[in-house]
Design a protein around this ligand. Structure first.
Ligand code: SAH
Length: 212
């Protein structure tokens, strides 16, 4: 199958999976996922699969990236925080939809690769940092949207506190591989409202910066 028909097949799978937001679908169509996966997996870049990116981490399956992006309801004037840059694929999708994306990653070598990809694709509205995303990015608060792309044991209160009132966070929550759900959090005047979305499977959110 040629690359274009693989991409068309994937876009149909996203629609079937409930992704109807045309801005999200357009971003998924425009960002070349093959740039974000290691060479041996390039021919599977448009399969709806999570793929290994090294350091025991994975780039999420495209349907999950699209569902999380849709649930986040990103506006083009918004300032967004991503915890867990990984390959940079989710960041690239978000950068097409918001004003500025801040993305934080605990593995320095993964972030270095992601930064090269952003430069190659001329994505100039992404600011990155090596650090512990469980602490958020205090120098840049508040954020209108926060996306966490690793599984937290609970909705992280530190991150809720870094949202504007009316702001939204999407985060996978659960303490083992088989029992994680995507949770959508709405920051309110006096706390937060949470809503459970679909079951997912993410690598864990690990506190601290990695030593590599
Ligand atoms: N959004 C990524 C998904 C990568 S997997 C992509 O599109 O490819 C999750 C990532 O979260 C991993 O790279 C992992 O190193 C990172 N991570 C886990 N805990 C973290 C933490 N406390 N702070 C920052 N990054 C973290």
């Amino acid at each position: 199958m040629n690359p274009d028909s693989r991409k068309i097949r994937l876009l149909l799978q996203l629609r079937r999976g409930g992704v109807t937001d045309t801005r999200v679908l357009a971003a998924m169509e425009r960002v070349p996922r093959e740039i974000f996966v290691p060479e041996p997996f390039r021919d599977r870049a448009y399969d709806n699969l999570a793929l290994p990116i090294g350091h025991h981490q994975t780039v999420s399956q495209p349907l999950v990236v699209a569902q999380m992006t849709q649930a986040l309801e990103v506006g083009e004037r918004m300032k967004v925080l991503e915890v867990g840059t990984g390959s940079g694929y989710q960041a690239a999708i978000l950068s097409k939809l918001c004003r500025r994306l801040y993305s934080i990653e605990r593995h320095r070598p993964l972030l270095a690769e992601a930064e090269k990809r952003f430069a190659q694709l001329k994505l100039t509205n992404i600011t990155t940092r090596v650090g512990d995303g469980t602490l958020g990015w205090p120098e840049q608060v508040p954020f209108e949207r926060i996306i966490v792309t690793a599984a937290a044991v609970d909705v992280p209160p530190v991150l809720v506190a870094q949202l504007t009132v009316g702001g939204v966070m999407v985060v996978p929550v659960g303490d083992d591989d088989d029992d994680q759900r995507l949770v959508r959090v709405l920051r309110t005047e006096d706390g937060a409202e949470t809503e459970d979305l679909n079951p997912v499977r993410f690598v864990p959110l690990v506190p601290g910066v990695a030593s590599d």
